[in-house]
Design a protein around this ligand. Structure first.
Ligand code: SAM
Length: 312
């Protein structure tokens, strides 16, 4: 008799118990309030008190509570409060609460805009001296698992070769996030076949190396020549000052301000302005243009801005 594969389905009693446990945890209003305030303090991410947000928080941390046999939101808060900032426990809380959705060429109009402004950036470089005249400096803040900075690197690298093939440009791309597991994946540069959907075939050919992985299917790794141009590091957008010595030509900060309250989002935009050179460009997420209330920027297209000053 041949062995039949077994489908293991949790019993309906186990599911009902799990559901009850989630409801019990969600009913801890003080615990929710304390954890959401701690989250805001650590990351800027703001969850107001609503049934939806209580379920969101509980579902994100449920496995941590189970693993560590912690019985209530308030008990978890007490554990975290006695843990030093930056500790693995704190990083695990932050990681569980961040949303890391991203993809290659997301909100693709911005990459066409980036191609369009590159000739202006190169022109501005002609009036600069020393390293600044041949270095293009871009910061991709909140870069999640790396698809966004690698997209920027592909687009800029290609456009530089087309616009100015004779000059040796140095592309320096800093990519940062608060979430350590996302940064680890970004550094690996390894993506599953379904994650590279949407990458134009010419870029795929030039900037990805196929890897066959028999257990989980086909994977692709970013070509080392492109990966070399991107440096990943942990930066919290709500902590000041940012650890940069030189100003950037372009800053991307997309789809993270939506998780902050209005005041925090506007403060982050103002902080980003401080590390952008006059005449430099800032890209926010397509639904984040409401956070741009700063007179030092002019709009160049939807959610794309130029810092005033510098040569046009
Ligand atoms: C939805 S993803 C956006 C990724 C990418 N920018 C994009 O548009 O596809 C939001 C990212 O913001 C990061 N994040 C949240 N709060 C942050 C903070 N205070 N500082 C830096 N990154 C943060 C999260 O870890 C997450 O990877």
């Amino acid at each position: 008799m041949s062995a039949q594969p077994k489908l293991v389905v949790p019993s309906s009693t186990a599911l009902v118990e799990q559901q009850r446990e989630m409801e019990r945890l969600s009913s801890d209003g003080i615990g929710f309030h304390r954890l959401s305030m701690l989250l805001k303090e650590l990351t800027g991410i703001y969850l107001n008190d609503s049934p939806k947000n209580r379920s969101l928080l509980v579902s994100r941390i449920a496995s941590i509570l189970r693993e560590r046999k912690i019985k209530s939101l308030n008990d978890y808060y007490q554990v975290l409060r006695t843990t030093p900032a930056g500790s693995p426990e704190m990083a695990q809380f932050v990681s569980s609460m961040t949303t890391n959705t991203t993809r290659f060429f997301r909100e693709s109009a911005h990459f066409r805009q980036l191609q369009a402004i590159l000739p202006k950036i190169l022109e501005q470089k002609e009036n600069m001296h020393g390293a600044d005249s041949s270095e293009i400096r871009i910061w991709c803040a909140a870069s999640s698992t790396g698809q966004e900075p690698y997209t920027i690197a592909m687009v800029v690298q290609d456009e530089l070769a087309r616009l100015s093939p004779k000059k040796q440009w140095r592309l320096k791309l800093l990519a940062s996030d608060i979430d350590r597991p996302s940064l680890r994946k970004a550094v690996s540069g390894l993506y599953m076949l379904q994650e590279i959907e949407g990458v134009p075939p010419e870029y795929l050919k030039k900037y990805f190396v196929p890897r066959v992985d028999t257990e989980v299917g086909k994977k692709y790794v970013i070509h080392p020549g492109l990966a070399n141009k991107v440096t990943f590091t942990e930066i919290n957008l709500t902590s000041q000052p940012y650890p940069m010595q030189k100003l950037f030509d372009v800053v991307f900060c997309r789809n993270v301000l939506i998780y902050f309250d209005r005041e925090t989002a506007e403060q982050v935009v103002s902080n980003l302005g401080r590390v952008l050179r006059p005449g430099g460009y800032l890209f926010l997420g397509h639904s984040e243009s409401g956070s741009m209330r700063h007179a030092e920027f002019e709009t160049i297209s939807h959610a794309a801005y130029r810092k005033k000053g510098g040569s046009k």
